[in-house]
Write a protein that binds this ligand. Structure first.
Ligand SMILES: [Zn+2]
Ligand SMILES: [Zn+2]
Ligand SMILES: [Zn+2]
Length: 313
């Protein structure tokens, strides 16, 4: 199999495994009287949903720009990520609420069945196996997405370990330890909540036009200065949209040159930057006369309404 095929195969394996594990755990947990196993099963199914949403997001994001979306479709990934994060948070809150209300309300003791314990144990082994397999594929293909996926499988096995311990303790400990199964369900809910919140935070930055890192800005500035005729870079903004970066750059040129000469330099700056950097999708170059940018030097120390009036120049 070639690299791309290997990566896709690894993604498909994870999807199927999570689907089968999720259904097995929810069924086994319901029949085997373990709310921890049901919670862990909901976790696996939600992972399935996350993967499907990510695939859809990637597919839409890969579409080229069109008339209705001249900046491309890169945000699709952040939007599906946001939806998934909100769903995960809601699921986690419901599971946590259920486990807390069962813990606080006295009820008859009913130990989980052995089957529930065995399913939780199998889930730990399968998840660890998936981790080992995917970390190897990640090394071979150099895919960071698969590496992240691998570590997710390992964190999933912690969720199953929590269920395993909870079920085992409430089976072995008798009525006194019956609460352990519910407590484990609460722990699983917290793990899901953590995953949801971290996806929410990541997509927040992407949807807010967060700036590209300072290092990237420095590299882009250096690239622009390499173009003959660019006397200075007055300011530069870069924002991420999906995997793409969009750049706004203000260059200073000789005030006496013609509009045509200035425009040619601007075009060379755009070509040079998009040619030399992998992720830069487009560069908007603004040309201004060298030596007149002093009034803009302290742009970010001014009140925000002044910044907005100055933005176009
Ligand atoms: Zn997970
Ligand atoms: Zn032009
Ligand atoms: Zn300017």
């Amino acid at each position: 199999m070639e690299r791309y095929g290997k990566a896709q195969f690894a993604a498909a394996i994870g999807l199927v495994a999570n689907g089968v594990l999720g259904l097995a755990k929810i069924t086994g947990g319901t029949l085997g009287r373990s709310s921890a196993l049901v919670a862990d099963g909901v976790h696996s199914l939600s992972d399935c949903g996350t993967s499907v949403a990510a695939l859809i997001g990637l597919k839409v994001a890969a579409k080229p720009p069109d008339k209705g979306h001249p900046y491309g479709h890169g945000r699709a990934e952040s939007i599906t990520g946001k939806v998934v994060a909100i769903i995960l948070i809601i699921i986690a809150v419901i599971l946590a609420w259920n486990s807390a209300s069962r813990l606080l309300r006295p009820h008859e003791y009913s130990a989980p069945f052995l089957g529930a314990l065995l399913i939780a144990g199998a889930s730990i082994l399968i998840k660890e196996g998936l981790f080992q397999y995917k970390i190897r594929v990640a090394k071979k293909t150099g895919s960071t997405a698969i590496e992240a996926d691998a570590w997710h499988h390992r964190s999933d096995s912690f969720s199953s370990v929590a269920a395993f311990v909870g079920i085992g303790a409430s089976m072995a400990g008798g009525p006194k330890w019956a609460f352990m199964d519910n407590a484990a369900a609460g722990a699983v809910a917290l793990i899901i909540l953590w995953v949801g919140v971290s996806i929410f935070r990541k997509t927040w930055g992407e949807l807010m036009d967060a700036s590209a890192p300072e290092k990237t800005l420095g590299n882009l500035r250096a690239l622009a200065l390499e173009v003959p005729g660019v006397d200075a870079v007055e300011k530069i903004f870069a924002r991420k949209s999906g995997l793409d970066i969009f750049v706004d750059i203000h260059i200073e040129v000789d005030p006496e040159m013609t509009v045509k000469e200035g425009h040619d330099i601007a075009r060379r700056v755009r070509k040079h930057i998009t040619g030399e950097s992998d992720n830069v999708k487009n560069v908007l170059v603004h040309v201004e006369p060298h030596g007149s940018g002093a009034d803009e030097a302290h742009l970010f120390n001014q009140p925000s309404d002044v910044i907005w009036r100055n933005f176009g120049c």
